[in-house]
Ligand binder design. Structure first.
Ligand SMILES: NC(=O)c1ccc[n+]([C@@H]2O[C@H](COP(=O)([O-])OP(=O)(O)OC[C@H]3O[C@@H](n4cnc5c(N)ncnc54)[C@H](O)[C@@H]3O)[C@@H](O)[C@H]2O)c1
Length: 382
């Protein structure tokens, strides 16, 4: 993304809807689904933040299939009863009681920030949780307070270990954010697989084939049809490749190692579920809570160095990277967090792109919950 001239062309057949409308829509739908007002506000804010950053795989596109549908199935509790399992000056473990992941995750990061503010560094972890959305939201919370934020979570089994074909590890994001002297934080927020389910769902919604090397079948061959891939991932007959790709040639073992480290940090400190137990099914095929684990680390920059010095050095490093020699045909080098900031510069003016598949979901929820939103695709004006 070097300019915004062609940005809208990347979203054909989309209606561009005001973010406040979509955020309110999600909040109201959650309240109708039994989520307390304050918690509904947190969930809607985390989800709409993904859309504002251009992370379409993890925003309102997942509202119905990942959150409302799981509330309907009864495998996620609408009321998140957060319990403190253990706590020290610089650590804490919380139990999310199978409630909404965003709610306990925000609380856990807030607690890590408070402790780091007093003692310099802190780590909290969560068990019995559910999908918390973008890890970058919580890492940004630390960066907003002049801290370094590191966040990880395990997830449904998806990644095959190097030389394997069985989906064992979650897409396990390992996310790091910190402030700089620029207008946006450094925020490396990504899965430890080459891709993740939300992106495959986004490909499915826009009817595009997946690039080869993202997903393998039980013979180790690439799969490219997103619909088949999503079904096969649930059945366990397909696996995502770790960051670096299949085999050792392009160092897939590095992504595999990071994913394994996140799995252990998410589960072993908390006694959360891990690997295949995160499939969301019991032995008889019944839907059961995921019981995910997450971890949140906050490091207070001021305990190491004056924050302004840290930010200047960080910004200088990032600028030098961006200004280094470009590969042939390339006009721009990005640093982590920059594309999301650029997406927001466009979207704050134009709103959130809503593709066809999503329109149907939103209209369905609108009717189901008796809400009065007048979406433009229903031939009404907002
Ligand atoms: N909760 C979960 O279980 C879960 C699981 C997996 C992923 N996620 C979330 O999904 C989201 C997307 O993950 P993903 O793996 O698809 O991310 P991705 O592959 O789109 O990578 C995004 C990251 O890479 C950076 N980036 C992109 N292009 C760049 C470039 N050319 N140069 C420098 N940096 C660049 C971005 O700034 C961002 O930090 C994340 O927010 C992640 O937290 C959540």
């Amino acid at each position: 993304m070097t300019d915004f001239e062609n940005y809208a062309a990347e979203y054909p057949d989309c209606f561009w809807i005001d973010f406040t409308v979509l955020e309110n829509f999600m909040r109201e739908a959650l309240i109708n689904a039994g989520v307390p007002d304050n918690d509904a506000g947190i969930i809607a804010e985390v989800l709409i933040t993904a859309d504002k950053k251009g992370i379409d795989s993890h925003g309102i596109g997942r509202f119905k299939p990942i959150y409302i549908d799981r509330l309907d199935l009864g495998i996620v509790e609408p009321v998140t009863d957060i319990k403190t399992v253990t706590e020290s000056a610089t650590t804490a473990v919380f139990d999310g009681s199978n409630g909404m992941g965003h709610v306990v995750a925000k609380e856990a990061m807030q607690k890590a920030i408070e402790k780091a503010d007093e003692y310099g560094t802190a780590m909290t972890a969560v068990r019995n949780s559910s999908h918390f959305g973008i890890a970058g939201y919580y890492a940004d919370m630390a960066a907003d307070r002049d801290m370094i934020g590191i966040v990880g979570t395990n997830a449904r089994p998806s990644i095959a270990p190097t030389f394997g074909v069985e989906n064992m590890l979650g897409t396990n994001p390992l996310t790091i954010a910190f402030p700089t002297d620029e207008q946006f934080h450094f925020n490396l927020d990504c899965a430890t697989s080459v891709t993740q389910r939300g992106k495959i769902e986004a490909y499915e919604r826009s009817g595009k084939e997946l690039p080869p090397g993202w997903v393998i079948d039980r013979q180790g061959h690439s799969m490219t049809d997103p619909k088949t891939v999503l079904r096969s991932l649930v059945e366990g007959s397909a696996a995502l490749t770790p960051l670096g790709g299949p085999g050792e040639e392009t160092a897939g073992y590095k992504g595999y190692g990071y994913a394994a480290a996140v799995e252990v940090l998410s589960a072993a400190l908390t006694q959360a579920n891990f690997l295949k137990d995160l499939s969301g099914k019991d032995r008889n095929g019944n839907n059961v809570p995921y019981r995910l684990g997450h971890f949140f680390i906050a490091l207070s920059v001021k305990q190491f160095i004056q924050p302004s010095i840290f930010k200047t050095i960080a910004g200088t490093i990032l600028r030098q990277l961006r200004h280094s020699a470009k590969a042939q045909g390339q006009t721009r080098i990005y640093t982590p967090g920059e594309k999301e900031w650029l997406a927001w510069q466009y979207r704050r003016e134009h709103g959130c792109p809503v593709p066809l598949a999503l329109r149907n979901q939103l209209s369905e929820l609108n009717t189901r919950f008796g809400m009065k939103y007048r979406f433009p695709w229903e031939n009404h004006s907002l």
